[in-house]
Ligand binder design. Sequence first.
Ligand code: SF4
Length: 332
Amino acid sequence: MLEKERFAVHWLTHSVEAGIQDIDSASEEELRAVNLAGTARVRALKDEAADARLEPLEEGSMLDLKLELSRRMLTRCAFCERRCGKDRTGESRGYCGVGAQSRYSSDFLHMGEEAELVPSHTIFFSGCTFRCAYCQNWDIAMHPESGRRAEPAMLSGVLLEGISQGSRNANFVGGNPDPNLHTILETIKLVGHGGRFLPMVWNSNMYTSSESMEILEGVIDVFLGDFRYGNDDCARELSDVDNYFEVVSRNFKTACGSAEVMLRHLVLPGHLECCTRPIMEWVRDNIPGVYFNLMFQYRPEYRASLFPAIDRRLFSEERSKAQAMAADYGIT
Ligand code: SF4
């Protein structure tokens, strides 16, 4: 996973011509069709391990096309499956409350992520598309106006500086990266040649829209995604989200076809049978062998005291049971 000195996929996408006369004046439908065809060309290049003579294009690349698509989407936002349809370039805001100007609370070389990723240069964006009752990052996730302005020119400089300090990848999280798709794409474009070996990590709740997933293929090297609920009722009650299982499972399948995937499952107190088991069963049947991180660090934070069933840490028996379940389903 994440071999050193292997070109990051964004660099290929930045080096491949979109093959369209004028990206700015093309219709969204046309851009979407070209995106699918161009992304297939990038996929083929990736499979060939790429040609070292490729160089980022000043303009007209597949990365420019994806960036333009994201800017169009911002005017009727469907970055995530809430599909608020708001024009975020004006005063309107959707569920996440994030405007056109992304904000972030911090960035640093994170040593607490999975061993395969660290040091991981993590950027914590403000705002989120979920309202998890037990959110550990609620101070930034629930306050989209908090933090500093996330300017792509500055963020790309910060990421390049991080490479010299030993970072192995750029990790976009929050909150959640989805509301900041346009900012992240522009940042990646500006990283350019200097970041050609810097893989990009999309660290999310996997409630991304299918259109955004199409844009992300060819830009993102690793989907580091949460799969938390095994049914829609628990998702609605604890994260205020509808149609959870269908959307998240769809995105994990898509991600497995386009990039490396690291699935995180945080075991919730009292949710072994309703959540942990159905997720493991689905993984066994649909994406067997996927990197699966079974996580036990739940602690009741934020508004967890309003939900008595999750207002405690895990019992040690729950941990053992989850581990035994994983062994039963062939998850290691
Ligand atoms: S990113 Fe925000 S505004 Fe856009 S669809 Fe999702 S919740 Fe709504």
